[in-house]
Design a protein around this ligand. Sequence first.
Ligand code: SAH
Length: 354
Amino acid sequence: MNTKEKKIQLKGLTLPELKDYFVSIDESRFRAQQVFNWMYNHLSTDFSEMQNISKELRNKLTANCELQTLNLVTTQGSSSSGTKKYLFSTFDNRKIESVVIPEKDRNTLCISTQVGCPLDCKFCATGLMGYKRNLSVGEVVDQYLLTAKEHGKKNITNIVYMGMGEPLLNYETTLKSVEIFTHELTKGLSRKRITISTAGIANKIRDLANRNLRVKLAFSLHSAFEDVRSLIMPINKKYSLNENIEALKYYAKRTKTRITFEYTMLKNLNDRDKDVKALTNLCSSLPSKINIIPFNSIKHMNPGGISSELEPTSIADIHLFADKLRNNNITVMIRETQGDDIAAACGQLAVKIK
Ligand code: SAH
């Protein structure tokens, strides 16, 4: 077993947990605040930087704790959009990816919650690579800290849980990482600037609503019809669209927020007139908006089965589709594809797994 596995991952601990840890090793609770401050405000990656902590304690921490849970392997920048993809390796030599997407007035960091993904959505490259394991809290948090170190902390303004994996299937980790990102000591991000995206784990959506975390919720819809959705998203057979919509209505009501429906446009599959009609009915039934995502090719994965048959709706047809929805008073955004030249666009994240 790798020795790192036995060490405590300090970045995986919330402030109350960190305080408890220091008490458990016969140190003052106050040390937790100091270490938290070094990790989140100074973005320290080495205990030797923690100057207000005695050498003795630093040695003790070095022996028992892990400060950095990920190693940056490479970065890749998109020449067309400024999007930057980060490849990290974990202690057990798994590879995960995060993406920083610059936009007009903000920079969004897209983070992963799992190595691979168990959901097997037919249009998604990560699904094709299979599932290996959940990420730890430290590994989720480190994606932010290591990219923030490079970009400057205040330059990462938004976080979206839209990288590899299904955040609601690594639920406790997702919750804890949100708690850390939004903790006042980290001078972090407001909850409004954090979006959790899910393919639809209905019971977890309800639980999230009850916790009143007040983060934004995005739901990967892709079809308003149960049968089409089941065809391209096998998870729909376990948690039906209907069940999810009821949970989303509850979320919207409890948190007084609007749900974002993500809708990847697939030719002849979800871009027909009857889709406009079904989407209009659905969106009119709860506070929501639609975020249309042009389908990003996953041909670089050489997929088989239905995945190989999926084609993107043309940009012109996407605009026509959006206009029809707008005529029905639905709020629609069309997301610009960013980073597809480096396979960093939505659904293109996948790394070869040993
Ligand atoms: N599991 C979560 C988060 C990861 S996917 C979820 O399903 O929401 C993030 C978004 O990218 C989802 O809306 C997903 O449906 C979309 N996506 C996946 N593959 C895509 C592709 N090839 N082209 C465009 N969007 C894609």
